[in-house]
Design a protein around this ligand. Structure first.
Ligand code: HEM
Length: 231
């Protein structure tokens, strides 16, 4: 995959949290405005499409959290791995709940997309590289703690979901999200990073966004708008 060219000037002296935010602003916008995300958020899809997203998340978070388990063993990276963020159990519960909501005629097995396998492949390559882990963990977890909360409300509004099927977006072990995000940012900013590390951090985070955009592209092909299943 070719990396999206950076469109914003990046100040490598900034703390990692600010650096990542400014260096991924344009790719964040692209991720937010993909057809699949827009259609899902606009209520033009159905629970099947949302279940398909949860199935991709299941594969992605298994790989991300396996990387987290390795990084936890590294004294430099240990402070970046938070048990309260782990999503594996929540995703398993969501997939069961969502599959149960899909009418039996539409309950075909949910495929893990080739784009997701590519993403998982990249996550598997993290090994014990703290910089690469941070780029991927930031992209997913801070996103889930931010836009994820908006997604949760939209899924409730448009698809009649309550809490069942939305455990992924509910961080039961985090009492208040804003101070937790600040703790997460402080942990990022405490890492000793060279200029070369910072450059790699930015490139890997932008790649992480691109990999997410590719997954949305695959989901969009399987779930175009207007394909709403009668449930
Ligand atoms: C429906 C789609 C999305 C919406 C509505 C959305 C919305 C938001 C909002 C409002 C924030 C700012 C929160 C704050 O300032 O504290 C945010 C932050 C963030 N989002 Fe998204 N987002 C979406 C999709 C995504 C996707 C697909 C990703 C990546 C996979 C992502 C990754 C992030 C990250 C990493 C942050 C943290 C930025 C920072 O403070 O450093 N978002 N999002």
């Amino acid at each position: 995959m070719t990396l999206s060219p950076t469109q914003t000037a990046v100040d490598l002296d900034e703390p990692a949290s600010l650096l990542l935010r400014s260096a991924t602003r344009d790719v964040h916008e692209r991720a937010e405005s993909t057809g699949f995300v827009q259609n899902l958020m606009g209520g033009h899809l159905d629970v099947r499409a949302f279940a398909a997203l949860a199935a991709q998340h299941t594969a992605i978070y298994a790989a991300l959290e396996a990387a987290g388990d390795r990084i936890r063993e590294n004294p430099v990276g240990a402070g970046l791995v938070f048990d309260e963020l782990r999503r594996g159990d929540a995703l398993a519960a969501d997939l069961t709940a969502l599959t149960g909501m899909i009418g039996p005629d539409h309950r075909e097995p949910i495929a893990v997309l080739p784009e997701t396998l590519l993403y998982v492949d990249r996550l598997d390559q993290i090994g014990d590289d703290v910089v690469a882990y941070l780029a991927h963990a930031y992209t997913r977890y801070l996103g889930d703690l931010s836009g994820g909360q908006v997604i949760k409300r939209m899924m409730q509004r448009h698809y009649g979901l309550t809490e069942d099927g939305l455990a992924f977006y509910t961080f039961e072990r985090i009492e208040k999200i804003p101070p937790f995000k600040e703790r997460y940012r402080a942990a990022m900013d405490a890492l000793p990073l060279t200029v070369a590390d910072r450059e790699r951090l930015v490139d890997e985070a932008r790649l992480a966004f691109d990999l997410n955009v590719a997954v949305f592209g695959g989901l969009g092909r399987l779930h175009p708008a207007g394909d709403r299943a009668a449930e």
